[in-house]
Design a protein around this ligand. Structure first.
Ligand code: AMP
Ligand code: GLY
Length: 415
């Protein structure tokens, strides 16, 4: 099996597949040094569809799993399918659900999938005009991929104008109705026709404790979510299934992991965004709880062949992940800090937690390459135990001036 990508999410994918009795070898392209204990790396970049196809054919790969959104939006899955390879990951046409916020919102509105009201501005001037007519707060989003950094929740008209100018200078902008409520990341395994629910997780997107500071790719995550009731779960499942059916009906069936970022409003869950892949760091907490062998199920999904009896099951218990980012992240991450507390295999000395590498190198010891470097994941019978395991690892694994949050899943205090 070949995993495309090089982050901590892809490390978690490799780690999980490597445990499958049916998988003889896991390959990663290009992967990172922290995953070498579970995957053999191929020197091919994630965006080079032709080189990936050649390598996958040469290695007689049975399934390609594409981790990040950028290659999906660029059509790497299409290129691999043209070479006859089974791929878990959407076509470029289906990846528009993440690649264009405007397209995704239109899809929701066309098919009655609950979402905020939204309007698209082609450029800054149009966005400025829409800002003047919008109730406050208003949400402005860059239409294309921005690695989680293209969203502004503007509380004042001034902030909204500034955001319209900044985002509008780069391209189209979507202005959305402001929604309030708890947020949930919902995932489904999709074969183009159906969505099998995979689980719910919660991500902490802001850099600083108390949900302050700049937006990041995600500073931590946990699962399960005790605050989501059975009725809301049923609504979320219907929403995911409706989205997959809508895409099939529009001629761009979605194969892969569908990720809905939802707001649980008083009138039910509504879509803030769709992503065309697993979340990072959500994958790092969901994959350790997957029950059974995912390989045959993922293969059936890639072949468009999920059966009525197929189901994704999670183990009872909980998982919690804390991200360690380098100083300066997200604006100007600095690199090169020596990482302490990891063994030869890149895992915490003495065990007790999992370490998924997002940006590390080895030269003598482990070193950071800048940005979200490690996700330390604790698992246990409940969230308290998972939290103790994860923060226990944070006490032992780290690097100078590491940035991490103490309040993942409600927090932790040193005893
Ligand atoms: P997105 O990348 O679209 O999920 O947006 C990033 C974050 O911005 C979300 O996690 C929310 O906290 C916030 N956000 C996005 N859209 C809205 C909205 N319509 N109303 C309120 N907050 C939003
Ligand atoms: N953690 C949110 C994302 O992967 O987009």
């Amino acid at each position: 099996m070949l995993v495309v990508g090089s982050g901590a999410r892809e490390h978690a994918l490799c780690w999980r597949l490597a445990q499958s009795p049916q998988v003889s070898e896991v390959l990663a392209a290009p992967g990172n040094p922290g995953m070498e204990a579970v995957a053999r790396r191929l020197a091919v970049t994630a965006s080079d569809g032709s080189a990936l196809a050649q390598a996958a054919v040469r290695e007689r790969v049975d399934l390609v799993v594409i981790g990040p959104e950028a290659p999906l939006v660029q059509g790497v899955a299409d290129r691999l399918r043209q070479a006859g390879l089974p791929v878990l990951g959407p076509s470029a046409a289906a990846a528009r659900i993440e690649g264009s916020k405007a397209w995704a919102m239109d899809l929701c509105h066309r098919h009655g999938i609950p979402a905020p009201t939204a309007r698209r501005a082609a450029h800054a001037d149009e966005a400025l005009a829409l800002v003047e007519a919008s109730p406050l707060p208003v949400v402005l989003k860059a239409d294309g991929l921005m690695a989680g950094k293209g969203v502004v929740v503007a509380l004042t008209r001034e902030e909204a104008r500034a955001a319209a100018e900044r985002l509008g200078a780069r391209g189209p902008v979507v202005l959305e109705e402001f929604l309030e409520g708890p947020e949930v990341s919902a995932f489904a395994l999709c074969d183009g026709r159906r969505a099998l629910p995979l689980g719910l997780a919660r991500d902490h997107k802001r850099l600083l404790e108390g949900d302050r500071g700049p937006m990041t790719g995600g500073m931590g995550a946990y699962t399960p979510l005790a605050d989501v009731e059975a009725g809301q779960r049923a609504q979320i499942l219907r929403l995911l299934d409706d989205a997959v059916r809508a895409m099939a009906a529009e001629g761009c069936p979605f194969v892969g992991f569908l990720f809905a970022g939802l707001m649980l409003t008083p009138s039910g869950p509504r879509v803030l965004e769709f992503n065309c892949r697993l979340g990072d760091p959500e994958a790092q907490v969901l994959l350790p709880l997957l029950d059974g062998d995912p390989a045959p199920l993922w293969l059936r999904a890639a072949h468009g062949d999920l059966g009525a009896a197929d189901q994704v099951r999670l183990l009872p218990g909980a998982a919690l992940g804390v991200v360690l980012a380098t100083p300066g992240y997200p604006d100007a991450p600095r690199a090169g800090q020596a990482i302490w507390g990891l063994g030869e295999d890149g895992q915490p000395d003495g065990g007790g937690a999992l370490c998924f590498h997002g940006g590390s190198v080895r030269d003598g010891g482990w070193r950071t390459v800048g940005g979200r470097t490690l996700t330390l994941v604790g698992t246990g019978p409940d969230l308290g135990a998972a939290r103790a395991a994860a923060y226990g690892a944070v006490e032992r694994v780290g690097f100078a001036q590491a940035q991490w949050r103490r309040d993942i899943a409600g927090g932790w205090s040193r005893a």
